[in-house]
Design a protein around this ligand. Sequence first.
Ligand code: EPU
Length: 422
Amino acid sequence: MDKIVVEGGKKLKGEVRVSGAKNATLPIMAAALLTDEPSRIENVPDVQDVATMLKILSFLGAKVDYSDHVLEIKPGRKLNAFAPYHLVSTMRASFCVLGPTLARCGRGEVSLPGGCVIGARPIDLHLKGLETLGASITIDHGYVRAQSKNGLRGGVVYLGGKFGSSVLATANVLMAATLARGRTYIECAACEPEVVDLADFLVKMGAKIKGQGSHLIEIEGVRKLRGVQHTVIPDRIEAGTFMVAGAIVKGSDVVVRGCDLDHSRALVDKLTQAGVVVQRMESGARIRRNGTLRPEDITTHPYPGFPTDLQAQMMALLTVTPGISVITEKIYPDRFMHVSELNRMGSRIFLEGSSAIVHGARRLSGAPVMASDLRASAALILAGLAAEGTTEIQRIYHLDRGYERIEEKLSLLGANIKRVKA
Ligand code: EPU
């Protein structure tokens, strides 16, 4: 298995360019199935989750062609409405092909996605939403089977769960509702920029949608959608990871190009409070850190709150921040697999329920560590950049799911980092 090796302590300087957002791309790929016409999607990141979604679309009968960040999808007239376990189990986002196949074929059969290392990830809100649109749903032998014999019809769907709104449930119901008869209201809808990008894609296809980006989305169903061209928004989580990279080694000066700072307000606020200089630029942000950092208390929330997908990276930063910081997880209360690995590098983090108490130190020491999920992998690389000596990160297939050539991008900033092939 490949591993990443980082020699810590180098100041980062220069520019890094952000790729397209993985979490916007995946539902947009599913949405392309809502028409039989071809679509062209640009700024598609070259990451493993996109490759998995390509396999699923092919399995469903679409013709796909991906090269140089441009993706052409030709769904054709006939779709196969079945997504098997061996594909869905590797990536939960694949569950969002259920809404489009149901809307287009009147049925969909998708494997239950199962558990996940970052904690329980139920699908009750997806099912509740699709049932409200008239689908009858059964769960049998590990598969969700949805049918709508007389076609979907609009309805009022409240998508708030125990931990707030759900991003992919909002996406699934939004996609299904575009072809339903009549009007649908999604209440407590997710407001994430990735949901807005999906809605923008659907509107180009001919869908009638209002309120995207707010907690109330209104959709008036149409009979048919068309194929379109679309450019995916920049990845705010990748951008945030590079912003933390620019802050973690004293004396660094990094320009993160192509990001949309309006999508990163919570992070910018926390970095600024910690003493990092974040300067807005025409197409990106400049990050500088000179002095000692200040400790912080951070709680993750749905957008526009602090994103759970940057919690691990921020924790890496707080391990080299003198004083006590508290990070509380409100989206995935168990998303702390990175804590024990950071502690192997000399940090002192204690878990107390869904909070991590970080006793920051001035130095970390490089060590062999194991990545447990996508964002944890990024956090370990960041810690490695700041640590004395060598950090070896194993199981980086997690990293490859969502970061495009991160080691090359960090090398361009002067980091001493390489991928060692198995
Ligand atoms: N939830 C339910 N019922 C549901 C669905 C979700 O209770 O039917 C709960 C979840 O267990 C969680 C909360 O609602 O506690 C929010 O989960 P959400 O459904 O919003 O997560 P998701 O849509 O499955 C997306 C991202 C995740 C990101 C979350 C939260 C994609 C492909 N994935 O997942 O991204 O953490 O939203 O922002 O968009 C990542 O990129 O590393 C990643 C995990």
